[in-house]
Ligand binder design. Structure first.
Ligand SMILES: [Zn+2]
Length: 125
């Protein structure tokens, strides 16, 4: 998996950015300028102007790390804990969760591949 803050080049214009709060890796825009992360709901330069990323992450985890956006569908097989681990935020994953990965995922109707989330966010502009 890619380290935090890495940029994936899939072509000249298809960059993705990683959310510094929850580790979501398909943000189409940098985590700046009041962009809102569909995964954790952080509004960049607003929420994170007042609280540190680690605080925002802890609050999100405390709430059960739900998929935030109601407009953007939850990606297929999306799992907040896996996402946090992949982003190097494993210390934020509650112990009782990290020791009991079942390997099964709850799918919601209309789930899309995570890579498509980027396109959906862009298309909503
Ligand atoms: Zn996020």
């Amino acid at each position: 998996m890619l380290p935090i803050g890495s940029i994936i080049f899939r072509g000249a214009t298809e960059m993705t950015y990683t959310c510094p709060v929850c580790g979501f890796q398909n943000l189409p825009y940098p985590p700046l300028d009041y962009e809102i992360c569909p995964s954790c709901g952080t509004e960049f330069e607003y929420d994170d102007a007042r609280r540190r990323h680690v605080e925002l992450r802890e609050r999100w985890v405390h709430d059960g790390a739900p998929w935030h956006s109601i407009r953007i569908p939850k990606p297929y097989a999306w799992n907040a804990w896996v996402q946090l681990l992949n982003a190097g935020f494993g210390e934020s994953v509650p112990l009782d969760v990290s020791t009991s990965f079942s390997g099964s995922f709850q799918e919601t109707e209309g789930s899309v591949p995570e890579s498509d989330v980027r396109e959906i966010i862009v298309s909503m502009r």
